[in-house]
Design a protein around this ligand. Structure first.
Ligand code: FES
Length: 122
């Protein structure tokens, strides 16, 4: 597998190694001019969303992770990382498809980055 794979409608990029993210935590990565937060749950799932909270730009990778939820460290909005939906807050997160290969490389696909509600709330 190469670092980049493309089809007519998709581009998949190798972004990180799984061992760069401790279980139960998230890390921020810059990809194609976007900042992504990639989380590794204690249950072994790897999930990627936009890095900045839609409320006021809080660093979601620094949030408290429990199961597939994260709580923004700034004001406590809560999100479901598996869907991007807001559990507490006015709008959800952009979510990115993730694949982890057998060697522990994390790939992000950019074709289906669902445009979650991107408006900033005051
Ligand atoms: S910046 Fe995330 S809840 Fe305010």
């Amino acid at each position: 597998m190469t670092d980049t794979a493309m089809t007519d409608t998709a581009m998949e990029l190798r972004v990180a190694r799984l061992d760069a993210i401790p279980p139960g935590e998230g890390r921020t990565f810059g990809v194609l001019g976007e900042k992504l937060a990639i989380f590794r749950t204690r249950e072994g799932r790897v999930l990627a969303v936009q890095a900045e909270c839609p409320h006021r730009g809080g660093p979601l990778a620094d949030g408290l992770v429990g199961g597939t939820t994260v709580i923004c460290p700034l004001h406590g909005w809560k999100f479901d990382l598996s869907t991007g939906d807001a559990i507490m807050g006015d709008c959800g997160l952009r979510k990115y498809p993730v694949r982890v290969d057998t060697e522990g490389h994390i790939f992000i696909s950019f074709e289906d980055a669902a445009p979650g509600a991107a408006a900033t709330s005051d």
